[in-house]
Design a protein around this ligand. Structure first.
Ligand SMILES: Nc1nc2c(ncn2[C@@H]2O[C@H](COP(=O)(O)OP(=O)(O)OP(=O)(O)O)[C@@H](O)[C@H]2O)c(=O)[nH]1
Length: 308
């Protein structure tokens, strides 16, 4: 009989640190010469995160929807395909920030995979600053984050650099009352001890309320492709005036002041620019609730065409 494959489901709201964590996990797996595959699911058609996966890792990307509702069947067939590799040790599934982890787990536990997987663990990341300010979130998003916390086998409270120590203690207390069973870690940049996620105990899963993209969350993705260099100040003015319901922006930009391309990341009010070494299309992916796509398009076009 072929060996059983471990499955790790990385859950957590948009921008909580899943890709940051996955990158470290893959480095560790590589150092141990284990063979792993990654399944990534992004809302929207443009993948930014897959750039962070080492070239030799088999990668399946599921676009245009959220694993748990629109492309569950596709996930099933992707997993079947991955299992053809008899040497595979583990599969990592990075869910979109809008996925309900239990519904992803349900797919993994489908009868067609009986005895193929040794374990499937849910690792939930939480942006502690976003949690502290959760009153600014819509009821649906709050509910989704609670569900992601409630069903975690391992709970990683990330971005602790952005809140005070006493706030961290309060947050730990609040989260442990939602999920007293998960092993809980406090991190910055999702740095967790070597292999700690493999030692996590699996917790029996109770019922869950459904809070995902399809029925209650009106998350939309909008992709804009820039043709020109833009002005950094104008761009940051635009960012500052975005509604709170824009949860996440990722993409590539070029600015007047430089000849480089920048990877731009924005999550809960914090922008980050990193120089990109390869030439990539200048796509910007915007994710939020009830996005006014026409308005965003108009605003971005105006940033874009002000330049020669
Ligand atoms: N200040 C701070 N920033 C962090 C920390 N961890 C991650 N980030 C930043 O937060 C942003 C989002 O991190 P990702 O790892 O891409 O988050 P994600 O959950 O994969 O995001 P989605 O794919 O949109 O769901 C990036 O700019 C990270 O560099 C942290 O502990 N502290």
């Amino acid at each position: 009989m072929s060996k059983k494959v471990e499955v790790y489901i990385l859950a957590g709201f948009l921008g909580s640190g899943k890709t940051t964590l996955l990158t470290q996990m893959l480095q560790q797996e590589q150092a141990e010469n284990r063979k792993v595959a990654v399944v990534m699911n992004e809302l929207g058609k443009v993948s930014i995160d897959s750039d962070s996966i080492p070239d030799e890792t088999p990668l399946s990307e599921l676009f245009d929807g959220c694993i748990c509702c629109t492309i569950q069947e596709k996930l099933e067939s992707t997993m079947q395909g991955l299992l053809l590799d008899k040497d595979l040790d583990a599969i990592y599934i990075e869910t979109t920030g809008a996925a309900h982890p239990i519904e992803v787990l349900d797919t993994v536990l489908s009868p067609i995979f009986a005895n193929k997987f040794s374990e499937a663990r849910i690792i939930t990341l939480l942006d502690v600053l976003r949690w502290k300010d959760r009153d600014n979130l819509s009821i649906q998003v709050k509910q989704l984050i609670r569900e992601q916390v409630k069903h975690a086998d391992m709970l990683i409270l990330n971005k602790t650099d952005l809140v005070s120590e006493s706030e961290v203690s309060n947050i730990v207390f609040e989260l442990q009352s939602i999920n007293p069973h998960a092993s809980t870690l406090l991190t910055t940049y999702a740095k967790i001890p070597e292999n700690s996620w493999k030692r996590t105990k699996q917790i029996e899963k109770g019922s869950h309320s459904s809070a995902h993209v399809k029925d209650s969350l009106h998350l939309k993705t909008f992709v804009y492709q820039f043709s020109n260099k833009i002005d950094l100040d104008e761009f940051e003015d635009w960012l500052r005036n975005l509604p709170d319901s824009v949860y996440r922006i990722k993409g590539y930009l070029t600015f007047d002041h430089s000849n480089s391309i920048y990877l731009f990341q924005y999550s809960y009010g914090t922008p980050l620019y990193l120089k990109e070494l390869v030439k990539v299309p200048l796509n910007l992916v915007i994710i939020g609730e009830n996005l006014d796509v026409e308005l965003l398009k108009e605003q971005l076009q105006s940033l874009d065409k002000n330049k020669q």
